[in-house]
Write a protein that binds this ligand. Structure first.
Ligand code: SF4
Length: 226
C-alpha cells in the first residue's frame, strides 16, 4: 500500500469502540452547528506530501477541528496557530486552514497524529494508543526514504515516537530515553527528533507557547531537513 492507500484504509478503521462511539456522537451532536458542512466523524489521515522531509506528530484530532473537517489541525484554534507559523516558515502555502478543500498545500512537511481518532478530553487510553500504533508505524515506513526530522508536538507525541518512529523508521531507541522539552533535540541515525510544546489553546493562550517559540522550532526543523 502507498501513502494515499494508507490514508484510505485508516479513515475507515473502527478498532476502538469507545473512540468510534465518541467521534460519531460528536459528529451527530455538533452537525447542527455546522449545517452547511459534511461532518467527518472518522479517523483522520495524514496531511502533506508523501515525500516529506519533516513530519509533525500530534496527539490526536480535535473533536470539532480535524474530526469535523477530516484534515489535521484544520478548523480550530490550534490549527490557526500552527498553520500561521508553518506559513511564516515557508512550509505552508497559506496561513489558515478552514476546510479539507481550502486549497492549502504543505511543502516538504506531513502532519499526522499518534492516535487517529478524536478522544474524549483529548485523552486516549493506553489500549487505544497501542491499537493505533500500527497505522503510524506503517506511515513512517512509507515516509522513511525522505523523512529527516520528526517534530513532536507535546509530550504524548514525544513519548509515542520511541515506539512509532523507532519501529517505522528503523531508528535505535536510546536508554534512558531523552526527556521531552520545548526545543529538546535528539539526534538519531538518520532522524532528528525535535520537541515542541503543543499548539493547544491551553499553551498558546497562557503564553507557554508563543509564536516566536514556535517559529524557532520550525526554523530548526527546516535547517535540519535541508
Ligand atoms: Fe482505528 Fe486508531 Fe481510530 Fe482506534 S484510534 S479506531 S486504531 S484509527
Amino acid at each position: 500500500v502507498d501513502v494515499p492507500g494508507l490514508d484510505g484504509r485508516v479513515s475507515v478503521c473502527r478498532a476502538c469502540p469507545r473512540l468510534v462511539s465518541w467521534r460519531e456522537r460528536v459528529a451527530v451532536e455538533k452537525r447542527a452547528s455546522f449545517a452547511d458542512q459534511t461532518y467527518w466523524g472518522r479517523p483522520v489521515p495524514g496531511f502533506g506530501p508523501a515525500d516529506a522531509r519533516i513530519v509533525i506528530l500530534g496527539l490526536a484530532p480535535a473533536a470539532n477541528g480535524a474530526n469535523r473537517t477530516g484534515r489535521m489541525f484544520t478548523g480550530d484554534r490550534s490549527g490557526d496557530v500552527l498553520y500561521a507559523a508553518l506559513h511564516r516558515a515557508g512550509l505552508a502555502s497559506a496561513p489558515t486552514a478552514t476546510s479539507a478543500d481550502d486549497g492549502l498545500t504543505l511543502y516538504g512537511t506531513r502532519i499526522f497524529s499518534a492516535v487517529r481518532c478524536a478522544p474524549p478530553a483529548n485523552k486516549p487510553t493506553p489500549a487505544e494508543r497501542d491499537a493505533c500504533l500500527p497505522w503510524q508505524v506503517r506511515e513512517f515506513e512509507l515516509l522513511r526514504p525522505s523523512v529527516r526530522v520528526v517534530l513532536a508536538l507535546g509530550k504524548f507525541a514525544w513519548d509515542a515516537y520511541w515506539r512509532i518512529g523507532a519501529a517505522g523508521l528503523g531508528e535505535p531507541v536510546p536508554r534512558p530515553r531523552p526527556a521531552f522539552g520545548h526545543g529538546a533535540e535528539y539526534v538519531g541515525e538518520t532522524i532528528t527528533l525535535l520537541g515542541c510544546y503543543h499548539v493547544s489553546q491551553q499553551n498558546t493562550f497562557t503564553g507557554t507557547l508563543t509564536p516566536t517559540m514556535l517559529d524557532q522550532v520550525l526554523a530548526r526543523a527546516r535547517e535540519l531537513a535541508s
